[in-house]
Ligand binder design. Structure first.
Ligand code: XMP
Length: 326
């Protein structure tokens, strides 16, 4: 298997090129793995999903996928992972609902870095616990892609994929999309039969909705983030903005303001909508929404999401603002 992207490798832009990459990888995977078993942390993101689809084709049920629901996933995400991988692709999938574990550990924690550390640490712990229950697994598959390698070599980003597992857990790595760029991974995923919504989905941070529920996470406020995010995604899709706008989401900050509903005073949270475009995420511009869509989103969110009495739009570019709030 190639460790590095060959200088003369043709960019995968067509179905034919993707198909021949898939054929090559299936052969390489079967050679590397032989009759052994492989473990994969399957988040449902593009990269790990494509790795899963490739391995299911290459070695079938000798791949075990572990999907850890940390309780900070978007509405419908764990269900989609189960539907696509367990029901349709017949994958050997272990689904762990660790919501209570994560939310209990995060209770009262306000510092953003501390929150990230808890989420990352707990994730490794849950994954390692599941791995220990399995016998004779020799390989660990990862959705490392070529920009991860370039960025870690340039010192821009620590490449966390391989790190973190306890010392005594030693696996040989399997990285079948390691030499691909993101756009190539997407085409390969489509050719492997993954749904377009999974392959072309917007970026979503590892700590999930946790960074969109600033300050100490409570179940009520987290639910308001999840429900408002689902409404935003649904209406962006209906208005042809899905796949066009680079990233869009809602944030529910930890403060309340007065309002009035059905003749009664309310004291509820605001919901902030952020929709941005970028090529490299270093600089970001804001997607300007049309008035009709703005009015519609405000109406839906205040009437459908418990605990929200105001909708605000964040029209700040990066810099000075980052994409996420924490
Ligand atoms: P910022 O907020 O740094 O975000 O302007 C830039 C991009 O990175 C994503 N992001 C993260 N992704 N773990 C991730 O996997 C994180 O902790 C994290 N923080 C930000 C963000 O969604 C945006 O696409």
């Amino acid at each position: 298997m190639n460790d590095r992207r060959p200088d003369d490798m043709v960019r995968i832009t067509t179905a034919e090129l993707a198909d021949s990459y898939i054929e090559e990888q299936l052969k390489a995977l079967r050679e590397q793995i032989g009759d052994k078993k492989v473990l994969l942390a399957l988040s449902g993101g593009v990269d790990s999903s494509v790795v899963a689809a490739l391995l299911i084709k290459a070695i079938g049920d000798r791949l075990t996928c572990v999907h850890v629901n940390h309780g900070l996933l978007r509405k419908g995400e764990p269900e989609q992972v189960i539907e696509v991988f367990r029901n349709r692709m017949k994958a050997n999938l272990i689904y762990v609902d660790a919501t209570d574990r994560f939310l209990d550990k995060l209770a009262g924690v306000t510092d953003p870095e501390e929150k990230r550390k808890i989420i990352g640490g707990e994730f490794i712990e849950v994954f390692a616990e599941e791995a220990r229950k399995l016998d004779s697994i020799e390989f660990l598959a990862q959705g490392t892609i070529w920009p991860d390698i370039l960025e870690s070599e340039a010192g821009i980003k620590a490449h966390h994929n391989a790190g973190g597992l306890p010392e005594d857990m030693k696996f040989e790595l399997v990285e079948p999309v390691r030499i691909l760029f993101k756009d190539e991974v997407r085409i390969v995923g489509e050719r492997l039969g993954l749904p377009a919504g999974m392959v072309y989905r917007q970026p979503f941070p590892g700590p999930g909705l946790g960074v969109r529920c600033p300050g100490a996470i409570t179940r009520e406020r987290l639910e308001a983030v999840r429900e408002s995010d689902a409404i935003l995604r649904e209406d962006f899709a209906k208005n042809g903005l899905e796949g066009k706008v680079w990233q869009y989401f809602t944030v529910v900050p930890d403060f309340k303001s007065t309002g009035v509903k059905d003749g009664r005073r309310t004291f509820d949270w605001p919901c902030i909508i952020r929709a941005i475009n970028t090529t490299d995420v270093m600089e970001v511009t804001v997607e300007h929404l049309n008035d009709k869509l703005i009015d519609h989103l405000v109406q839906r969110i205040i009437s459908e999401v418990p605990g929200i009495n105001r909708v605000l739009f964040d029209y700040t570019p990066k810099p000075p603002a980052t994409v996420e709030y924490e």
